[in-house]
Design a protein around this ligand. Structure first.
Ligand code: ZN
Length: 317
């Protein structure tokens, strides 16, 4: 994606109200000279040592030592990367963002990727609504309730259900204006032996897999009856889905991981969801593969302790 211009960044900085932004996380009291003080949102404390400079739009905590500018505050409290922080502030304070000129080839690739992301989001939303209301999904709802997972946490993790028909997404996607080629590149449909495309996920509970920026890049899917092929399948590896680089739940867990300075690693989708449900929100999942170097690198960038809570079998070993 083409970079936003520096001018754009400075316009957003000028337009944003630092005190308002910080006040969403902690109450601030005026301390004179354009400074404000409050309880630090980054560590537990009883007396305020968190200082905000409203003019220069900087923050610093005299207790735990964190500090930075407007953008860093949004990035660390909302657990997003720089472009996302910039976009949300620009949106909030009415600044029009400009990107640096990009070459046509890069622009085309970016647009293609954005289409795929949109398609994945729509597929995830469809599966969620089918899970919540579809008759066919009743067994799935009962199964997950039986595992102790409440409706709220299932909604938060966008747990869905792919109906048993061969062409639900194939047809819906095309009606929504997507080409068969795009559905195929997103890994939502695949070609059968007779050369016809059909839905990859059928009669399965679906778990959208989001990357660190919160973009849906793939699905995990659990079979709902015996003799249905593999119990769990994932999206096929494609240009947006690289299983070895992703940890399930990372977009929700990164903030809590940083705060706790540890990550808990489990195997299954429902293991991750169950831990988040009971407040152990620094948990992420490997999706039925060995832990990879890329995954370890991602985790060690955020935490110093990694707790392995894997199954007591050969894979877990
Ligand atoms: Zn602090």
């Amino acid at each position: 994606m083409a970079k936003f211009t520096d001018e754009t960044k400075e316009q957003v900085r000028a337009a944003a109200d630092m005190v308002e932004v910080v006040s969403a996380e902690t109450d601030l009291k005026r301390a004179g000279g354009g400074r404000y003080m409050g309880l630090c949102p980054f560590h537990e404390e009883r007396s305020p040592s968190f200082s905000v400079n409203a003019t220069d739009k900087l923050y610093h905590c005299f207790g735990c030592g964190v500090g930075g500018d407007l953008f860093e505050f949004v990035m660390s409290t909302q657990n997003v990367d720089f472009p996302t922080a910039l976009e949300s502030l620009a949106d909030r304070y009415g600044v029009e963002l400009k990107r640096e000129e990009e070459d046509p080839e890069a622009a085309r690739r970016r647009q293609e990727r954005e289409r795929l992301t949109e398609l994945m989001d729509r597929a995830a939303a469809f599966y969620v609504s089918f899970f919540q209301t579809g008759d066919e999904a009743r067994k799935a709802r009962e199964y997950l309730a039986g595992r102790g997972l409440g409706e709220e946490i299932l909604r938060e993790f966008e747990v869905g259900y792919a109906p048993s028909a061969w062409d639900t997404l194939f047809l819906r996607g095309q009606r929504a204006g997507f080409k068969v080629m795009e559905l195929s590149r997103a890994g939502l449909v695949q070609k059968g032996r007779n050369g016809r495309q059909y839905d990859r996920f059928r009669e399965r509970i679906t778990f959208p897999i989001r990357d660190g920026r919160g973009r849906a890049v793939g699905f995990g899917a659990r079979a709902m009856r015996d003799q249905q092929g593999a119990k769990y399948i994932n999206s096929a590896e494609n240009e947006i889905f690289h299983k070895s680089e992703i940890l399930y739940g990372i977009h929700r867990a990164r903030g809590p991981m940083a705060k706790a300075d540890r990550a808990i690693l489990v195997e299954g989708y429902t293991d991750v969801i169950a831990l988040h449900q009971v407040g152990i929100t620094e948990s992420v999942g490997i999706m039925g593969t060995a832990l990879t170097e890329q995954q370890v690198a991602q985790l060690s960038a955020v935490v110093s302790t990694l707790v392995l809570a894997l199954d007591a079998d050969a894979a877990g070993h």
